[in-house]
Design a protein around this ligand. Structure first.
Ligand SMILES: NCc1[nH]cc(CCC(=O)O)c1CC(=O)O
Length: 306
C-alpha cells in the first residue's frame, strides 16, 4: 500500500470470543480477496475491565471509543465492530469502510422450550428494553430479569437454573459456537431485531483513501442498503442501542422492504409500520418511516419508562 505500511494490516478488536471470531472471519476474507496479511490486535477497554464501570459510563460506547482511539492514533489500521453497537452519529476522522455480508439478523430464545411452551411466570433474562417490550407483548405473564455480561455468562444462568431462558442474537451465538442452546429463532414478525443486528462494521481513518478502497472489497451492497435504512430510523428517532426500537430491512425482488417498531417499555403498546422502496433510496426510506412513527406517537412511547 502507498501509506507506508509494510507487513500485515493491523485489525483492532475486542478480546472476547465473539469479537475475535468475527474479526478473524474478516481477516481471512480480506486476505483471500486482497492478498494482504491481516493481524489481530486485541484491545482491552475500560468496559472489559470493570462491569461496574461499564454500567456507570453507559453501555457499549466505551468499547467502540477505545477501538476508535487506536484507529485515530494509527496504532491499528482498522477496527471491526458489531454494527448494532455503533452510535448512529458520525465520528470526525472515522470512516465506515465496509459492511460485510450480514449474518442472521434475528433474535433467538435459549432455553428448554419455545416461548409459547414455557410455563406461566417463567423467568427470562434480557437487559435490552427492545427485547423486554416485545417479550412482554408476546407473553405478559413472564417474569423478565435484567441481566448483563457476555453471551456465555448469560447462557450459564440457564444451565445453572437461575433463569428459565435468555434471549440473545442468533449471529453472536453462531460466532461463539453455541447454536446448540437455541430453542427458537424469532421471526421478525414476533420480535424485530436491533438496527444493524448481525452485521459488522469495518472502520478506518477517513483520510486513508487507499485503505478505504482495500477494505471496501468486502463491502456487501445489499447489506449496506438494509442497515442504512435501519440505522436511519434509529437516527431520526434520536434513539440509541438501548431504546425499545426494532427494525428489519431486506431486499426482495429488487425492492427494499423495511419494518420498524417502537414499543412502550412495558410492552403494552407499540407502533409498528412497514414500507418499501427503491434499494438506492435506503436512507429516504428509513427517514420517511421514522417520521411516520413519530407522527403516530413514537417519541411519546419511548419517553415512558417503567
Ligand atoms: N450488545 C451486545 C452485542 N453486540 C452484538 C451482539 C451479537 C452479534 C450481532 O448482533 O452482530 C451482541 C450480543 C447480543 O445481543 O446477543
Amino acid at each position: 500500500m502507498s501509506t507506508g505500511s509494510r507487513g500485515p494490516l493491523r485489525l483492532g478488536t475486542r478480546k472476547s470470543l465473539m469479537a475475535t471470531t468475527q474479526s478473524q472471519g474478516v481477516a481471512d476474507a480480506l486476505s483471500r480477496l486482497t492478498g494482504h496479511a491481516v493481524e489481530l490486535v486485541g484491545v482491552t477497554t475500560q468496559g472489559d475491565v470493570s462491569k461496574a464501570l461499564l454500567a456507570q459510563i453507559g453501555g457499549t460506547g466505551v468499547f467502540v471509543n477505545a477501538l476508535r482511539d487506536r484507529v485515530l492514533s494509527g496504532e491499528v489500521d482498522f477496527a471491526v465492530h458489531s454494527l448494532k453497537d455503533l452510535p448512529t452519529s458520525e465520528t470526525p476522522g472515522i470512516a465506515l469502510a465496509a459492511t460485510p455480508a450480514r449474518d442472521d439478523a434475528r433474535d433467538a430464545l435459549c432455553g428448554p422450550a419455545k416461548l409459547a411452551d414455557l410455563p406461566r411466570g417463567a423467568r427470562i433474562g434480557t437487559g435490552s428494553p427492545r427485547r423486554v417490550a416485545q417479550l412482554r407483548a408476546l407473553r405478559p405473564d413472564l417474569e423478565i430479569v435484567p441481566i448483563r455480561g457476555n453471551a456465555d455468562t448469560r447462557l450459564r444462568k440457564v444451565t445453572d437454573g437461575e433463569l428459565d431462558a435468555v434471549v440473545l442474537a442468533h449471529a453472536g451465538l453462531r460466532r461463539i459456537g453455541r447454536l446448540d442452546a437455541v430453542s427458537e429463532v424469532f421471526d421478525p414478525d414476533q420480535m424485530l431485531p436491533a438496527p444493524g443486528q448481525g452485521s459488522l462494521a469495518l472502520e478506518c481513518r477517513a483520510d486513508r483513501d487507499d485503505l478505504r478502497a482495500l477494505l471496501g472489497t468486502i463491502d456487501d451492497a445489499p447489506t449496506r442498503r438494509a442497515v442504512t435504512a435501519e440505522r436511519t430510523v434509529l437516527a431520526v428517532l434520536e434513539a440509541g442501542c438501548s431504546a425499545p426500537v426494532g427494525t428489519y430491512a431486506a431486499e426482495v425482488d429488487e425492492r427494499l422492504h423495511l419494518t420498524a417498531a417502537v414499543a412502550a417499555y412495558d410492552g403494552s403498546r407499540q407502533v409498528r409500520l412497514s414500507a418499501s422502496g427503491h434499494p438506492d433510496a435506503a436512507e429516504q426510506l428509513g427517514r420517511d418511516l421514522a417520521n411516520r412513527l413519530l407522527a403516530q406517537g413514537a417519541d411519546q412511547l419511548m419517553g415512558e419508562r417503567e
